[in-house]
Design a protein around this ligand. Structure first.
Ligand SMILES: *[C@@H]1O[C@H](CO)[C@@H](O)[C@H](O)[C@H]1NC(C)=O
Ligand SMILES: *[C@@H]1O[C@H](CO)[C@@H](O)[C@H](O)[C@H]1NC(C)=O
Length: 189
């Protein structure tokens, strides 16, 4: 009897812990993203892609951080409201799955982007992205065109020298032939 009761108690404990674990899972917010580190150039657009699961309609918030600067970008509740701060209103696109698009990047946009989600029970979770903004396009193009110009000049100079050498060689050969011709004639005569 005592043996059986002991097992019952253990079964109940296991059952309870499984139930607790499932409740815990149901209340847990999970966030996924295909890419958390992004590199773009000035004037490009960037898309911070996220997807989440949580209970109820969540409150989504995006914050920008760089060094000591922390700036609110915007917050929204899918299908309820969208509130983007004035600085970003023309450049930010808000999506229902929490994703955010940022258009026409500037050098100062480089930094951390923190995605915060708060569910209906009040628990919240953060998820951060790193964005690097490069200003390389113009410098690279300039560098490329200058080196191309230098190479073209060198090639032109090389061809000119070859042509001149060829011409003088032919001239020398021609004058040599003219000088040699009478000598041959003399010996034959
Ligand atoms: C979120 O939604 C956008 C727009 O519908 C989509 O392009 C993006 O892939 C979604 N993100 C994820 C992680 O599913
Ligand atoms: C929108 O966000 C700003 C800045 O965070 C806040 O002051 C304002 O009350 C918000 N408006 C609404 C309608 O939530």
């Amino acid at each position: 009897m005592l043996h059986f009761r002991l097992w019952d108690a253990q079964d109940v404990a296991v059952f309870l812990s499984i139930m607790l674990y499932m409740c815990h899972l149901a209340g847990t917010i999970s966030i996924h993203s295909p890419q958390r580190s992004l590199i773009r150039s000035v004037q490009d657009n960037v898309f911070f892609s996220v997807n989440f699961t949580c209970s109820g309609i969540p409150d989504i918030q995006w914050t920008f951080m760089s060094g000591l600067v922390s700036r609110m970008i915007g917050s929204w509740q899918p299908g309820v409201y969208t509130n983007i701060t004035e600085d970003y209103s023309s450049r930010v696109q808000a999506y229902d799955n929490g994703s955010m698009g940022l258009l026409d990047l500037r050098l100062q946009d480089g930094g951390f982007y923190v995605f915060t989600i708060t569910d209906s029970t009040g628990s919240s979770k953060d998820f951060s992205f790193v964005l690097k903004v490069n200003e390389v396009l113009y410098e690279d193009l300039q560098y490329l065109s200058v080196s191309f110009l230098v190479l073209a000049c060198l090639a032109g100079l090389f061809m000119l020298i070859m042509w001149l050498l060829n011409k003088t060689y032919k001239k020398i050969k021609a004058s040599k032939c003219i000088r040699e011709m009478p000598e041959i004639d003399e010996t034959e005569l």
